[in-house]
Design a protein around this ligand. Sequence first.
Ligand code: ATP
Ligand code: MG
Length: 452
Amino acid sequence: MDSGQPPTENPSSREQQAPEIISRDDHCISRKRISKNALTVIYDLRRAGYEAYLVGGGVRDLLLERSPKDFDIATNATPEQVQQTFRRARIVGRRFRIAHVRFGREIIEVTTFRGSHDQVDESQRKNNKSQTNDQGMLVRDNVYGSLHDDAMRRDFTINALYYSIDGFSVLDYTGGIEDLKKRQIRIIGEASQRYAEDPVRMLRAIRFKAKFDFELETKTAAPIQSLGHLLAQVAPPRLFDEMIKLFLTGKGQKTFELLVEYRLFDTLFPSTAAFLNTSNADGNFDYQMIANALANTDKRVHNGQPVTPAFLYAALLWPVVHREAENIITDGTPRLRALQLAGHHAVDAQLSTIAIPKRFSIPMREIWTLQQRLETAHGKRAIAVLKHPRFRAAYDFLLLREETGESVNDRGIFWTELQKEHPVNREAIRQADKKRPRRRRKPSNKHQGESE
Ligand code: ATP
Ligand code: MG
């Protein structure tokens, strides 16, 4: 089933079998800054006779003197062996199997060293350890290898640094330390092939560029614009998870600008992209509205306020929804109904690319339809709207539209004043809303913030 992948570029002189070893005196990583639980996993795996290193974002962020979001561990133990070592470990994933070791609220991801797919034998293919689709995308990546192989299978050089508790040194097979100093993101191996294997790497390149304000090295950047379409092959739930990381972690506005610049936005949000005039981004209302929504979101993240994908997706699809609603109205359909229909279509169309769980798509649609009431309601009706559980998010949305220059009958100030005159106990409404019977059981998820 291997579809004749292009051959891997010769490893550069820096990508060699023996790593460069950066000793304790020559780097700034202190064990005190590493999660105790991650250290426990490393020590326990070593005691059980395996190799184990801290790797990935944890090492990269510590070297940049930032606080890591999480700590990942690489080992030569298979996921089953990790499970035998830690009773609280759970094996997750199919495309890429890993072990999660849970310590209360902290999960330490333990990944078995990945190997090259160039020399997989028939039995490994039959056992579904390696599988590629027609476009070269790895739909199974469970071939194991050595530490060196593992470094070569990682995405970017700055993510392929290993911290060893033997002498507390850092091991560098790919020139990652130099790239960190140069503040650049460089893919390991041949860029087109690595993006074809896993198109999400293109999103990760953009995410890290926005997060650290690094440059994309020339060969790493070059194929992105022409390969963006490959993202359409990625499973929609995985893209939803990536969207959260791209847009809701504090650098959303910058990330959005880069996604448009590198033409990845076209594949992610095809119906919205059709309306973005990228040649004249500043003057473009739709572009500006999304950029403003993300600027607000970034501010909230920096202030430690909760954020919800529902508000953001409402903004991301608004260019499509409000235009379609205008079209529907022309046949005499009332505006409220037109917004409902347009919202329904927009969500439906988007779902084929990126999954949007119902707990977010329902509030999104409420935000859209409430725009009609916010533009027109007066008197007692207006006071009733104040009590709607989604009022606050819809009001923020109205302000966003107004701030961007859309005509909303100057209603922003009306609602701002009305809220002062009629303070509403939002907490009570939220609690009552939670008690409302639901048709479906609400799945648990960590992204449940409210837009307030
Ligand atoms: P973050 O700060 O967002 O956690 P991270 O680099 O740690 O950044 P993770 O998704 O936690 O990102 O992944 C951990 C490590 O696994 C990465 O640093 C990288 O080495 C490797 N990795 C993750 N995703 C891929 C991928 N798609 N292809 C190759 N390697 C990857
Ligand atoms: Mg990580």
